[in-house]
Design a protein around this ligand. Structure first.
Ligand SMILES: C[S@@+](CC[C@H](N)C(=O)[O-])C[C@H]1O[C@@H](n2cnc3c(N)ncnc32)[C@H](O)[C@@H]1O
Length: 302
């Protein structure tokens, strides 16, 4: 609830966006879930509370709020500031590769730089048109569904160990109307997967124990299963590297994000020819390996 004197002084959409942005900055919020500043977050939260599109006309900025609308905006600001809930969970949506995805606290909020690779169809790394794609650790399904739309002839399997996450992925499959080509499976890594793929893409959990303990409060609203992967962040990726070749077709290719854990990975596997990718819009720690590389390095992968 807003103090009644503040409530009297704030009247328009513009007033509430400005007040929210100032309050977020004063509270020292962390902006790492799809926006990088207080103004964009305040705008998203105010428009959402008023049931207005993010693409509303500028004239809306001078519209006055009713008392009930002021209370609704104050309530959502309180959740953002008091509980540090990330904005995408409060508005129930997030954007990835130019597409809108439903999100809630059962899934990681999409932010992988892999979006940029999907938009360019993984050129020049993928030199076959993939017919079968596996999105391992799918969470909301954002990577696999965006791949399905980028490769309209491909069949895509979305897999995750979390049944809760898969329920969100299924909702997004329906929203994007790709149910004929995109299916889900509940699986610990490859345990419930029995076929081969031309392309396996994964944004697995990879945060190491030190980084996890220092993450801003906002990240504690995300499932720990989506972030943590042992002391050095590589528990999942080590298993993936050992097993992936068996699930890749002859010319198949593996694309994995490991973020800051790149350093640990290179130290542990100096003989593996990781192709580390560059990004125009920021991000790092994503590699590509081909099946033949994985087979050639099978001994050093253990
Ligand atoms: C970093 S999130 C990525 C979500 C989504 N791909 C994205 O980029 O937004 C990692 C996902 O891996 C899943 N996961 C964790 N351990 C797993 C395992 N052993 N096998 C399969 N999925 C796992 C988590 O449930 C979580 O949804």
């Amino acid at each position: 609830m807003l103090d009644s004197s503040i409530k009297e002084q704030l009247n328009t959409v513009r007033d509430y966006i400005r007040y929210g942005a100032s309050s977020f900055n004063r509270a020292g919020l962390y902006f790492g879930h799809g926006t990088d500043n207080a103004w964009d977050e305040a705008t998203a939260l105010v428009l959402h509370s008023l049931h207005l599109s993010p693409y509303s006309k500028l004239e809306v900025l001078d519209a006055r709020l009713t008392d009930a609308e002021k209370d609704a905006v104050a309530d959502i600001f309180e959740q953002r500031i008091g509980q540090r809930v990330p904005t995408p969970y409060l508005i129930g949506e997030s954007w990835f590769a130019g597409l809108k995805f439903h999100v809630d606290d059962r899934v990681l909020i999409p932010r992988s730089p892999i979006a940029e690779l999907i938009e360019s169809e993984f050129a020049p790394w993928l030199y076959i048109q993939p017919q079968r794609i596996l999105d391992l650790c799918t969470g909301s399904g954002c990577i696999g569904i965006a791949c399905a739309l980028a490769f309209p002839d491909a069949q895509v399997l979305l897999s995750d160990i979390s049944r809760d996450a898969l329920a969100v992925a299924e909702k997004n499959i329906a929203e994007h109307e790709v149910g004929e080509r995109v299916t889900t499976v509940e699986s610990d890594l490859f345990a419930a997967v029995s076929e081969c793929f031309d392309f396996i893409v994964a944004n697995p959990p990879y945060v190491d124990a030190d980084d996890l303990s220092m993450m801003p409060e906002e990240y504690r609203h995300e499932p720990k299963l989506a972030l943590a992967s042992g002391r050095d962040g590589l528990d999942f990726t080590r298993r993936l590297l050992r097993e992936a070749a068996e699930y890749l077709s002859e010319k198949g290719c593996l694309c994995v994000e490991v973020g800051n854990s790149r350093e640990h990975l290179e130290e542990e596997f100096p003989g593996v020819p990781f192709n580390w990718l560059d990004f125009e819009r920021g991000g790092q720690g994503v590699f590509i390996l081909y099946r033949q590389d994985l087979i050639a390095c099978a001994d050093c992968l253990g």
